[in-house]
Design a protein around this ligand. Structure first.
Ligand SMILES: Nc1nc2c(ncn2[C@@H]2O[C@H](COP(=O)(O)OP(=O)(O)OP(=O)(O)O)[C@@H](O)[C@H]2O)c(=O)[nH]1
Ligand SMILES: [Zn+2]
Length: 199
C-alpha cells in the first residue's frame, strides 16, 4: 500500500475525476446540477464511491500479519454476525448481510478485530457474493495457515429487490470450507454454533 501521504494525494486527485463523471451523469438523467440540493452531490457521491471501494487500496495480508500471536489454543474460533456491505459488480448496487467466519489455529491466533477488517477489505470492492466468500477464505487460509477455516455469508441483493426480479425477501447464502472444516462433523459443529445464540 502507498504511504499515507501519497494515498491522500491519490484520493484527492481521483475524487475530483469521479466528481466530474457524477456531474455528467446527473446532467444525463435530466437533473439541474446548479440547483441548491445538488450543488455538492457529485463530490459527495464521489467520496461515497471511493469509501465503498477503498478495499482496492488496502492490504488484507498486512492487516492479519500485524496482529498474529503465537498461542497453543487449537479449538475453533468463531466470529459470527459480522455485518457487511458490498457492491455487486453487475449493477453496482449494494448487497448486504452478515458474514460468519471461523478458524482453527495451528500455533498462531490473530487479533479478533482483524477478521471483520479483512471482511471489509474484500467487501469494499465490486464483488459477487461467491468471490467475496472465496477471497476471505483464501486470505485467512494462506496468511494464518490454520488447521481449518470456514466462511458463510448471508446477503440480500438490492439489484434483486429494487429492480429486475423485485424479490424483497430472498436471502443468498454462500459458504467455503478448508482443512478440518471439510470434515462433516467439524463443519456441522460450526454451522450449529453460528445458528445458536450462545456461540
Ligand atoms: N452469482 C451471482 N449473481 C449475482 C450477484 N449479484 C448480482 N447477480 C446477478 O447477476 C446477474 C446479471 O444478469 P444479466 O442478465 O446480465 O443482468 P440483468 O438483465 O440486469 O438481470 P436481472 O437482474 O435478472 O434483470 C443477475 O442474475 C443478478 O441477479 C452475485 O453476487 N452472485
Ligand atoms: Zn447486481
Amino acid at each position: 500500500m502507498a504511504p499515507y501521504k501519497y494515498l491522500e494525494e491519490y484520493n484527492i486527485e481521483i475524487t475530483s475525476e469521479v466528481r466530474g463523471f457524477y456531474d455528467r451523469i446527473l446532467k444525463e438523467i435530466g437533473e439541474d446540477t446548479e440547483r441548491e440540493g445538488l450543488e455538492k452531490t457529485p463530490e459527495r457521491a464521489a467520496k461515497a464511491l471511493l469509501f465503498l471501494t477503498q478495499g482496492y487500496r488496502q492490504d488484507a495480508v498486512k492487516i492479519l500479519e500485524g496482529a498474529m500471536f503465537k498461542e497453543s489454543y487449537s479449538e475453533m474460533v468463531i466470529i459470527k454476525d459480522i455485518e457487511l456491505y458490498s457492491l455487486c459488480e453487475h449493477h453496482m448496487l449494494p448487497f448486504f448481510g452478515k458474514a460468519h467466519v471461523a478458524y482453527i489455529p495451528d500455533g498462531h491466533i490473530v487479533g479478533l478485530s482483524k477478521i471483520p477488517r479483512v471482511v471489509d477489505v474484500f467487501a469494499r470492492r465490486l464483488q459477487v457474493q461467491e468471490r467475496l466468500t472465496d477471497d476471505i477464505l483464501e486470505c485467512l487460509n494462506q496468511t494464518l495457515n490454520p488447521k481449518g477455516v470456514a466462511v458463510v455469508i448471508e446477503a440480500a441483493h438490492m439489484c434483486m429487490m429494487m429492480r429486475g426480479v423485485q424479490k424483497q425477501n430472498s436471502v443468498t447464502t454462500t459458504s467455503g470450507f478448508r482443512g478440518q472444516f471439510e470434515k462433516i462433523e467439524t463443519r456441522n459443529e460450526f454451522l450449529k454454533l453460528i445458528s445458536s445464540d450462545l456461540s
